[in-house]
Ligand binder design. Sequence first.
Ligand code: CP
Length: 319
Amino acid sequence: MNNLRHMMRPLDFSVEELDQLFDTAADIERNMSSYAHKCDGNILATCFYEPSTRTRLSFETAMLRLGGQIIGFADASSSSVSKGESVADTIRVISSFADICAMRHPKEGAPMVAAANSIIPVINAGDGGHHHPTQTLTDLLTIRSLHGSLGGFTIGLCGDLKFGRTVHSLINALVRYKDIHFIFISPNELRVPDYITDLLKENNITYEEVIKLEDVMPRLDLLYMTRVQKERFFNEEDYIRLRDFYILNEEKMQLAKKDMHILHPLPRVNEIAVEVDNDPRAAYFKQVQYGLYVRMALILTLLDKTDAHMNHGLLRKWT
Ligand code: CP
């Protein structure tokens, strides 16, 4: 088996490695059935200390579609965490049962602690407001598949740009590609953090910050909508004031390019009206499908199963 490798941050893989990962994901999309036994005998553990629909279920579906099996918990209160067990001890135990683990935790850095104490690959499935690398892989694969390349476009990011970990991770990842112009669309209270704009300045990448979506809509090749996240607000009053600041509807869509693509990490609340779902430019449910392909590709990569010699059910052992 290869050296132990984790997926903690969007930049853990080089651009070349990401190209390979996306090529594998694209092949999975075309030839799903030929991957049906790649992970026979392997077990994925999903350890979710925070709610999820897409990420947990797409990881579990990914392993099942690869022929493997799954264990795990969807709620920390149903595990020994509720008795005070640490993340480090939990992953030591999980390492004795499973071949690979996907972990979501409300505390920033918790999956990194798990990785440092693990003998199996650990995937960060979202840590607080920090990173959500597999959502970023999903977003990159969606852009590459629908736009045709990971560069040469103007992307608008709209909504909660302050707390949105998917936005921060995506910007971090896109910095490595060429000829991208960013337009940040948010109320003042939810502006993108300074460390992100500093990163763009350091890399000579152009960006604008605006409040009104309508003002920039005609210039966008991609629009990445986000939800105002109730769970990240300290103050209910602020949340209520800002939650419906942006509502993308048919009227606003009339201002957009005919070939613009709308992405959203989901869950959606009110920020995209249901009437937009039937617009051919709405790509957010397709995006979920790309999330499955890329998580299948990631599991294969971290388990070193992308080439001909397959490691069937090799359980790592503590020494
Ligand atoms: N996009 C995303 O992370 O969705 P879930 O919170 O449902 O996993």
